[in-house]
Write a protein that binds this ligand. Structure first.
Ligand code: KIV
Ligand code: ZN
Length: 388
C-alpha cells in the first residue's frame, strides 16, 4: 500500500485552548497561529465561534489575517444556528473549513444526546448539507463522529452515516478517539475499515486523545492504516491528558521516511514557547524536549553513546536531535552508575585527554565520591582529577 504525504490539521487553538485554565487572549492566539504557519502547518482549527462572542471575534480576526495558503477551520455542533455563526466568523478566509461534530457512539447517543440513531444520522446529514450550502464551491466541510473509538459495535451504522455525509458534501471524515480507552489496534482496524469504504475524493482523518498515553502511536498507526489527515496539538496539550502531539508524530513519520512537510528545525523553539504560553511545563522525561532525554548516566549507555556520537544513528537516541533544533545529541552525566567512557569524554571536553586504561584505573575514586554527592558536575570531576 502506498501512502499519501501526511496532512496535519492542528487543533491547538481549539482543543488545546479549551483545556487551559486561562484560555488564550486574541494576541496569544495570533502568536500561536503565526508559530503554526512558521512550522509549515497549513490547516489550523481556530476555535469554536458559537461558544462565545470572544471565540467568534477571535476566529474572525484569525480568518481575516490568515494568508491565502492557510485553511482556517472552526468547530461547530450540528445545529443550524451554530453552523451559520461559524460560517460568519470564518467565511472571509481564503480557505474556510466548517468542522461539524456529532456523537455516533451507542453510549453517547443513548445517554448524552438521548436520541435514536436514525435521528442522529438525519441531523448529521442535514448539518453537513447546510454547511455545504453556506460555503458553496469554496472551502471545506469536515464531519466528525465524536467518540468514534467507542463505535466497535455499531461501526456499520457509523460507516453508512459517513457515506451519507460524504454525499451531502463532506470533504473530510474525522474519526476521533475522543476518550482513549482500548488498544490502538482496535481503533486502527476501524479506521482501515472506514477508509476502505470512503469515496476517493474524501480525506480520512483521525483525532486521538492521550488518556492512556498512546495518542502518538494510535495516530501514527492510523496514518499507516489509511488516514491521511492527522489532528494534533502542539506539545500535546488538549482536553484531560491532551491530544496527539504534533512534534512526536512528525518525528516518528520523519524516521519512517514519509516526509512531513514541516519545518522541523523550529520544533524545539516552538515547543518552549508553547510551554510558556500554555503555562504547561515540559516534563523532564517527555519525549523529544524533556531536559533528560539526551542524558546518559549508566556505563553501558555512555559507552554506546560515546562510540556512536558522530554517527547518523546513535546507539541510544531515537533520532538526530539537531533535526528538531536541539544542539546536543548525547550528554553524559557522571554518577556512581557511570563508566570509564564518561570519564574519558567529560575530561576530554575540558581539554584533558586520558586513555581508557587510565580511566579504568581511577574510575573507582570518582564513583565513590559520587556515591556520597550524587551526579558530579564537570568542575567537580576536574577538581577530583587534579587532586589524584
Ligand atoms: O475529541 C474529540 O472528539 C474532538 C472532536 C471535536 C474532534 O475534539
Ligand atoms: Zn478532542
Amino acid at each position: 500500500m502506498t501512502h499519501k504525504t501526511p496532512v496535519f490539521h492542528d487543533t491547538t487553538l481549539r482543543d488545546g485552548n479549551q483545556s487551559l485554565a486561562k484560555p488564550w487572549s486574541l494576541q496569544e492566539k495570533l502568536e500561536v497561529f503565526g508559530l503554526l504557519r512558521e512550522l509549515g502547518v497549513s490547516r489550523i482549527e481556530t476555535g469554536f465561534p458559537s461558544a462565545s462572542q470572544m471565540d467568534f471575534d477571535t476566529c474572525r480576526t484569525l480568518a481575516e489575517s490568515a494568508d491565502s495558503q492557510a485553511v482556517v477551520g472552526a468547530l461547530t455542533r450540528a445545529v443550524q444556528n451554530d453552523i451559520k455563526t461559524t460560517h460568519e466568523s470564518i467565511a472571509c478566509a481564503a480557505n474556510p473549513r466548517i468542522h461539524i461534530v456529532l456523537a455516533l457512539s451507542p453510549f453517547t447517543m443513548e445517554n448524552v444526546l438521548r436520541m435514536p440513531p436514525l435521528k442522529v444520522r438525519e441531523l448529521a446529514v442535514s448539518a453537513v448539507s447546510y454547511a455545504r450550502s453556506l460555503l458553496g464551491e469554496r472551502g471545506e466541510v469536515q464531519f466528525t463522529a465524536e467518540h468514534f473509538g467507542d463505535c466497535m459495535e455499531n461501526i456499520d451504522f457509523v460507516t453508512e452515516t459517513f457515506l451519507r455525509c460524504c454525499e451531502a458534501g463532506a470533504d473530510i471524515i474525522n474519526m476521533p478517539n475522543t476518550v482513549e480507552r482500548y488498544r490502538p489496534k482496535l481503533f486502527t482496524d476501524m479506521v482501515e475499515r472506514v477508509v476502505g469504504r470512503l469515496p476517493k475524493r474524501v480525506m480520512a482523518s483521525v483525532h486521538c486523545h492521550n488518556d492512556l498515553g498512546m495518542a502518538t502511536a494510535t495516530s501514527v498507526e492510523s496514518y499507516f492504516a489509511g488516514a491521511v489527515q492527522i489532528e494534533t496539538c502542539l506539545n500535546g496539550i488538549g482536553e484531560r491528558a491532551g491530544n496527539a502531539n504534533l512534534f512526536e508524530i512528525a518525528a516518528v513519520l520523519n524516521n519512517c521516511g514519509t516526509g512531513t512537510g514541516l519545518n522541523m528545525k523550529l520544533f524545539a523553539k516552538t515547543a518552549t514557547r508553547i510551554a510558556e504560553l500554555s503555562d504547561t511545563p515540559i516534563h523532564p522525561k517527555a519525549p523529544l524536549f524533556g531536559k533528560e532525554v539526551t542524558m546518559h548516566r549508566s556505563g553501558i549507555h555512555q559507552d554506546g553513546a560515546a562510540k556512536t556520537k558522530s554517527m547518523a544513528k546513535g546507539a541510544y537516541r531515537p533520532m538526530n536531535f539537531s533535526e528538531i533544533g536541539i544542539e546536543h545529541n548525547d550528554r553524559l552525566g557522571f554518577t556512581s552508575q557511570s563508566g570509564r567512557s564518561a570519564l574519558v569524554e567529560i575530561l576530554s571536553a575540558s581539554g584533558i585527554e586520558i586513555s581508557e586504561e587510565r580511566a579504568s584505573e581511577i574510575l573507582g575514586i570518582f564513583k565513590s565520591v559520587s556515591e556520597k554527592e550524587g551526579e558530579l558536575p564537570a568542575e567537580r570531576i576536574l577538581e577530583i582529577y587534579s587532586g589524584i
